[in-house]
Design a protein around this ligand. Structure first.
Ligand SMILES: Cc1cc2nc3c(=O)[nH]c(=O)nc-3n(C[C@H](O)[C@H](O)[C@H](O)COP(=O)(O)OP(=O)(O)OC[C@H]3O[C@@H](n4cnc5c(N)ncnc54)[C@H](O)[C@@H]3O)c2cc1C
Length: 565
């Protein structure tokens, strides 16, 4: 931060994560504006476990992760759960598990309805979807006819592909779905508008490497003379240098590299944009005195603007692994137990970008399902008929999660189950006024009956699916048996965590501050000069993996910002 030649820019962006990197690129592309990006985390270059797709999960809990932890979860017998977030250029897109879903048409139409802005409808954002990603062939070069619909995809920045190392499980999943149909139907492309059904996973992976907001948006722009990116520096607090007609004009951001280091003020003469993510953004807002009055007063933070929704509506997808002992012939399990084998595979990846390391662990097939019609008295909190209530991901091998340890021998099928239209809502609050203190994050997982019962439903749907003839001889037995729903519920509450899809802490909505923190153009209501562009503005949780939704939103936000300036 000391190297900055000046501290006044047209735009100052807090956070070079998924959304922040898109903004950095788009706002600097025509050379008209001077843009500064402040990123708390580290450089993304040359970090092997964020580049090699198979090693992705090993980046969690390292220097590239903020390592947040939830408060005790009452719906999970008071366990705490890890809440990783990217602490690196590219943000969470640099450490996530790379599943790529643009969301159903219904999701976007619901965003439009909830924000009262048709500009968020699918028809309006479809052009941004085409700008965001480009589907390229998988590294094994196979014919993918029937596995994806190429015409549904664009020619944009993030590279996406199907698994370059298909697993022996994939044809069992697609074959079973094709023969079962109905609630278990096959879906040729879950990114073509209707997400329901069993289909092939598309990942933000190209040529055997992770494609992130850093590699796809930030690095290509980094040498522009009008773009400065500062790393290892935290955005702390916003200031308004003046108030006009009672409206604070936000133009200053305080930055520091450590708790006791010097504070530097930077100025955004046109706008300051918070893209610090679902935890970073509400933290900056609250520290600046923008938030629920009672909470601010309790901590002696002077109230700049009463905005009751800051930190509220935190929503995440609960996740539960299901484990099955299988007779697999090409399982990933030996890799987890044998470092020599892993070293050989790394050598293969280094020399030819082939082998299993070109693909994220977790397998090649995913399903989004509706709960049975008529269940829950017909209640369906999802965005519409093309969005799911639950999800399954079919993983080749034992994917450690929850409290079940990797068994010393044997081969396994892991099915990651999730509730993707949860109704539990949590909170984000400050612990203290020290910006370097960890906040209190309470997603309140499984605090509604709908959420836990939906998880039980998907556990039973999985049993139905795996009892079909295609699995005979492959699935030998479940690792854990359940006699009834009560046992399923206890297992779920004991072993679930989240899919790391949290959203909503600065939600978008119509009307005044009681209707949401930002308006539909993502401007913070009640002040001037400040926007939020990241997953914290989502008015409801996408029924899918959300990174592509963040990218699409950030592309539209870039156009909104340019046209307003
Ligand atoms: C482990 C994990 C796995 C996931 N798997 C998937 C998946 O497979 N598919 C999918 O679609 N989604 C996945 N997600 C979710 C998805 O990656 C996120 O929803 C999305 O990337 C969020 O984008 P964002 O721009 O809101 O925030 P982020 O990308 O997290 O960006 C926020 C940035 O702001 C920085 N920052 C925070 N506070 C400050 C501050 N005070 N000052 C300066 N900088 C700050 C952070 O370091 C970060 O770089 C996963 C997430 C995680 C963590």
């Amino acid at each position: 931060i000391d190297d900055l030649k000046n501290t006044t820019y047209d735009f100052v962006i807090a956070g070079a994560g998924t959304a922040g990197s898109v903004l950095a690129n788009r706002l600097s592309e025509d050379g008209k504006y001077q843009v500064l990006v402040i990123e708390a985390g580290v450089d993304n270059a040359n970090i092997q476990n964020i580049i090699v797709p198979f090693l992705g999960p090993t980046a969690v809990n390292t220097v590239v992760d903020w390592n947040f932890t939830s408060s005790p979860q009452v719906g999970m017998f008071n366990r705490t759960v890890p809440l990783p977030r990217g602490h690196v250029l590219g943000g969470s897109s640099s450490i996530n598990f790379m599943a790529w879903n643009r969301g159903s048409d219904d999701l976007w139409d619901n965003f439009a309805r909830l924000s009262d802005d048709s500009g968020w409808s699918w028809n309006s954002v479809a052009k941004y979807n085409l700008k965001v990603s480009r589907l390229i062939p998988p590294t094994d070069g196979r014919d993918t006819t029937g596995e994806v619909i190429p015409s549904a995809h664009g020619n944009g920045s993030v590279l996406t592909s199907l698994s370059g190392y298909p697993s022996e499980i994939d044809p069992l999943v697609s074959g079973t779905a094709k023969s079962l149909g109905g609630r278990f139907k096959y879906n040729e492309d879950i990114n073509a508008g209707d997400m329901i059904g069993f289909g092939h996973i598309q990942s933000s992976v190209g040529h055997g490497e992770r494609s992130s907001a850093a590699t796809a948006y930030l690095v290509p722009a980094i040498n522009r003379p009008n773009l400065d990116v500062v790393i290892n520096s935290r955005a702390l607090k916003l200031y308004a240098s003046q108030t006009i007609d009672g409206v604070p004009q936000i133009d200053t951001l305080e930055v520091a590299q450590s708790a006791d280091g010097p504070r530097v003020n930077v100025t955004g003469t046109r706008e300051i944009i918070l893209s610090a993510g679902v935890f970073g953004t509400p933290q900056i807002l609250l520290l600046s005195g923008i938030g629920p009055k009672e909470e601010l007063t309790k901590l002696n933070v002077p109230v700049l603007l009463e905005s009751p929704d800051v930190g509220k509506h935190l929503t995440d997808h609960p996740l539960l692994p299901g484990y099955f002992v299988v007779d697999a012939h090409n399982s990933t399990d030996p890799i987890q137990r044998n470092s020599t084998l892993l070293a050989e595979l790394l050598q293969e990846w280094e020399t030819s970008r082939t082998g299993i390391l070109v693909t994220p662990p977790g397998g090649g097939m995913v399903a989004f399902m509706k709960n049975p019609s008529g269940s829950f008295g017909g209640f369906d909190p999802s965005s519409g008929p093309r969005s799911g209530n639950t999800e399954m991901i079919f993983g080749d091998g034992f994917l450690p999660s929850g409290n079940v340890p990797l068994p010393p021998n044997g081969t396994y099928l892991t099915v990651i189950m999730a509730v993707v239209s949860p109704t539990s809502r949590g909170t984000f609050t400050l612990n203290s006024t020290n910006p370097f203190d960890s906040p209190i994050i309470d997603p309140q997982l499984y605090t509604t009956d709908y959420d836990i019962q939906s998880m039980i439903q998907v556990m039973k749907d999985l049993d139905t699916f795996l009892s079909q003839p295609a699995w005979n001889g492959f699935v030998l037995r479940p690792l854990v048996d359940f006699a009834n729903d009560e046992e399923r519920e206890i297992f779920a509450r004991n072993n679930s965590r989240t899919v790391d899809h949290c959203i909503g802490t600065a939600r978008m909505g119509p009307g005044g501050v009681e209707g949401g923190v930002v308006d539909s153009h993502l401007r913070v209501k009640g002040v001037k000069g400040l926007r939020v562009v990241d997953a914290s503005v989502f008015p409801q949780i996408p029924e899918n993996h959300p990174q592509a939704v963040v990218y699409i939103m950030a592309e539209r936000a870039s156009d909104l910002i340019k046209s307003a300036n």
